[in-house]
Structure formats: C-alpha cells, structure tokens
Write a protein that binds this ligand. Sequence first.
Ligand SMILES: NC(=O)c1ccc[n+]([C@@H]2O[C@H](COP(=O)([O-])OP(=O)(O)OC[C@H]3O[C@@H](n4cnc5c(N)ncnc54)[C@H](OP(=O)(O)O)[C@@H]3O)[C@@H](O)[C@H]2O)c1
Length: 347
Amino acid sequence: MRYHVAIVGATGAVGQELLRVLEERDFPVHRVRLLASERSVGKQLAFRGEPIPVEALRPDSFRGIDLAFFSAGSAVSKEFAPRAVQAGAVVIDNSSAFRMDPQTPLVIPEINPEALALHRGIIANPNCSTIIMLMALEPLRRLTRVRRIIVSTYQAASGAGAQAMQELLDATRAYLQGEPFEPRVLPHPYAFNLFSHNSAIGDDGYNEEERKMILETRKIWGDSEVAVSPTCVRVPVLRAHSESIVVELEARPALADIYAAYRAFAGVQLVDDRARNHFPMPSEATGRDAVLVGRIRYDAGFPNGVALFACGDQLRKGAALNAVQIAEQLVRTGALPTSPRQGTIPP
Ligand SMILES: NC(=O)c1ccc[n+]([C@@H]2O[C@H](COP(=O)([O-])OP(=O)(O)OC[C@H]3O[C@@H](n4cnc5c(N)ncnc54)[C@H](OP(=O)(O)O)[C@@H]3O)[C@@H](O)[C@H]2O)c1
C-alpha cells in the first residue's frame, strides 16, 4: 500500500527535513504534494530525484490526500488541519496548535505509542526540546519513576526556522567583518551571544517554550505530578539542541544498571568517555537520528539524583523524524488506510 502525502510548510526547515526523512526511510509514498505560502509558488523541491512543484496552500489542497504533515505554524494548523481531516487525511502536526487538546494524542513512538489508538484524525508531534529531554530520560524512567526534572536548554538557531539559521550566519559574518547587523528574526544580537528563549514570557516568569516542556512532559508520561523546572536559552549553534538535565528519582539504581539501560534503548546513543573528555556535542548530533547522552553521574546535590547532558538534532528527532516514525507506526498497525479518493489527486 502506498500513500498520497501532503507536506504543509514544505519549504521550511522542518518541511525540507520531512521530505529527506520520508525518502531516506523509504516511507511508502505514492505521490507527495508540497504546500507552502503564495511566496513559494514557482519553487521546486526534489523528492526521489524528481522535481516537485510547491503549491500554495488552499482549502481544497487535501483532496485525495491520505496523510498530511503540518509544519507551517499554529495558525495554519488551526485553520487547515481540520479541513485535511474532513477531506479524509490523517494529520501529523508539528505545531503547538493541538498538543494540549485532550482529544489529540501527543506522541513519541518510543515512549507512548499506545496513545495513537485514541486519535480522531489529528496527532500532535511534541515540542522539540521536550522530545529530546524525554528520549534522554526514557532509559532512566524504565528503571524507576522520575519525580523531578531540572533542565537547562542550549537551543540552536534551527529551532526557530530556516530564517533564523540564515540570521545566525549573516550576523556572524557581519561581526567578523566588523560591520553593524540589525537582527530581523530574533530579538537580540545572535553572533557570539546567547539569550533567554525568544518566546513570550507569562506572568509566572516562564516563557512559552518552558511551559511546553512542563505540560507536554506530564501529558506524554501520563503523570500529572512530575515536577519540571526548565530554563530555555537560545545559543549561537546552527543546528541541534543541547540540554543539561538533573533528575530526582524514586530510587537510586546502580550506575551499571543505568548504563546498561542506555545501551539497550534504541533512539539514544551513549557518548560518555570520561578519559577523553568526550561527551555529547551539537556538532556530532547534527544530522543524526539518535539523541546523544553522556556525562551520566549521580548528582552531588540531592539523594536519588542523576545528572546528564544530551544533544539531539531537533529538526530530525525533535520534529521530522518523530513525525515520520508516528506515520510508520500507523502503517505498521494498519491504522492508516488509503483514501478511497486516492485516484482523484490531480497530477
Ligand atoms: N524548527 C524546529 O526545530 C521545529 C521543531 C518542532 C516543531 N517546529 C514547528 O514546525 C513549524 C515550522 O517550523 P520551521 O522551523 O520549519 O519554520 P520555517 O523554516 O520558518 O518554515 C515555515 C514554513 O511554513 C510555511 N508557511 C508560513 N506561513 C504560511 C501560510 N500562511 N500558508 C502556508 N504555508 C505557510 C512557509 O512557507 P513559505 O516558505 O512560502 O513562507 C514555510 O514552508 C512551526 O510550527 C514550528 O513551531 C519546528
């Protein structure tokens, strides 16, 4: 069985990665439809060596589509995802539009695949920092309950989209040439600088990214009690987020058992060479599917505490790869029927 697939936001950082991941993993695509704003009409993107034209997103764009990946921001998802479902497609949404909707599963396939069974047409892909953190913690969580998480993020430009990556390059070039540079996408000078995450701050002092990490962790784990204390920071790295994580566990597993759990868990790679001082780095996580985890140690600050450092390519596992893995899981379980209107997709 092969599927008619649409990518909404195909020209963006996540959209282009989606196209690459679908191709690399040989997802059973019959035909792919690339959708973006009017600005991109006339552009072409390659899929399996074929140039595919980018079309403007319209209310009738989903006729004959079986599976639609959305990565064009919350407003676009809110308006068009229900239309795609109405047209018979299953939607996997990268935006935050539906993540906290009780009817919408929020899924990391290695962690809570069972939630997929509850979907009503839309499945939400979690926030990228949340996915990387929860992948890095899953082996520990399989050993004992995680009571509390204290996490600081070091987030790359790519998390803010293709234009932010370009801004980091342009700002760095200008800085090195001693030229002035006016930020266009991000709120502060980015070259050789870092700043608190560029999302809105609430009355409680937490920004939106931090709030997502708190609420999405509770939803994915089905644990309303877990305490999460995040501090999210944007750093001048082009691609791949890093996170310093300290957890308080219900029990204190032996370090040997902790290492064994990490070695056994697909989706994570241990990078933990104390002798060579070699631990996870965003440069080594870039373009990789696995979340790199290292610096694993008992935390010096409180009992049953474990500290670690993780890096993950948030365009891959934090977005496109996780979304495609969700689709693969639907295919595996027979939960992604092809639409009876499949033949009607215009050439
Ligand atoms: N970057 C990440 O690491 C990451 C991770 C997880 C989730 N996400 C989420 O994924 C979404 C996309 O992020 P991104 O980083 O890929 O952003 P991006 O690079 O800025 O790309 C945005 C995409 O959305 C399209 N778009 C914008 N407005 C549109 C409209 N009115 N109608 C149709 N298409 C429109 C753009 O098309 P044009 O090129 O035509 O403007 C472009 O294809 C966001 O919701 C983001 O929160 C991003």
